[in-house]
Write a protein that binds this ligand. Sequence first.
Ligand SMILES: Cc1cc2nc3c(=O)[nH]c(=O)nc-3n(C[C@H](O)[C@H](O)[C@H](O)COP(=O)(O)O)c2cc1C
Length: 351
Amino acid sequence: MENPSTPANRYRPLKIGPKIEIWPPVVLAPMAGVTNYPYRKICYEFGAGLCISEMVSARGLVEGNERTWEVAHFGPDERPRSLQIFGAEPEVLGEAVRRVKERVDHIDINFGCPAPKILKRGAGAAIPAQPALCRRVVRAAVKAADPVPVSIKVRLGLDEERFTFRDAGRIAEEEGCAYIGLHARTVAQRYGGRARWDYIEELKCLVRIPVLGNGDIWQAPDAFRMLAATGCDGVIIGRGCLGNPWLFAHLKMLFEGSGRPARPDLEEVAQVIRRHYRLLREHFRRPLQAEMLMRKFGTWYATGVRNAASLRRRFQTISSEADLEAVLEEMLRAGIMDGLPDPAEPSELVF
Ligand SMILES: Cc1cc2nc3c(=O)[nH]c(=O)nc-3n(C[C@H](O)[C@H](O)[C@H](O)COP(=O)(O)O)c2cc1C
């Protein structure tokens, strides 16, 4: 295994199109309900190289749907601005891209969503199973986006009998995508089982555009294991950073050889939760909108705290800053649980 504590000076910034350089080559995965502007801001501050928005519907953008445009919002200080779009109609996707391209630095197309309502519309992970349509969608997006770089994010395929990532990789390369991200699970697997990194390696051998690996990076050293095992050009991190934006700081540290990852103390966790809540409040103005999100994020932040189950229940009830402060007080009294994974050790979940 690679020694993750040595300065990883063999890794290079990830180039996305001619203008964007991502360092470290670590990407916050697009996650609906999670990667809104406040959480992206936090992850950028912790050291993520690129933070991708929640997915937005191409049709919603084109039809001027207010909620869709809200999701497509970026902060004034946010760079790079990366928007993920889904849609199955090439003309609509092209039009959506034309409407957003002045506001963004990068567009990612979602070809991996397993949600039945998206699949039913023939979008998400259903598209690479129809290579001719997939090509038309990618072509329309790349053409409309020019000069903004476009990437695609795919799964292995629909199920064990219908792998689609190889076709998608060829299409991405031939149609001028800046990179392809591979979540190494099938739709049938959803989020279960283990991500099968050997297919990331196969894709890396198949195409010349950058390949980003995704699936089961839980601790910073997992990312180095993925890079070493597959030769991929960068990593995309989803669930591993939920309640743990420190993961990005740990990765930066290892990429730059500037220290050994350690868990933050509870006071620091509380400070980040407060800041996260404040950002949510500034951004989401409808009554209880920020609190509803904080309930969800709070349960993730509670992981590893001694009385996590009770804290999670209490996070579920917060309706104000005072409620949040009361929960944080309980959290600080409770203390960290023993037996949390050491963030400097690779996760046992992988392989
Ligand atoms: C709550 C949640 C929401 C997600 N939403 C999206 C999405 O909007 N677009 C997308 O391409 N993938 C989405 N994903 C998939 C992730 O981007 C990622 O591919 C997946 O979680 C695997 O990576 P991981 O093992 O690091 O979590 C979502 C995943 C989660 C857990």
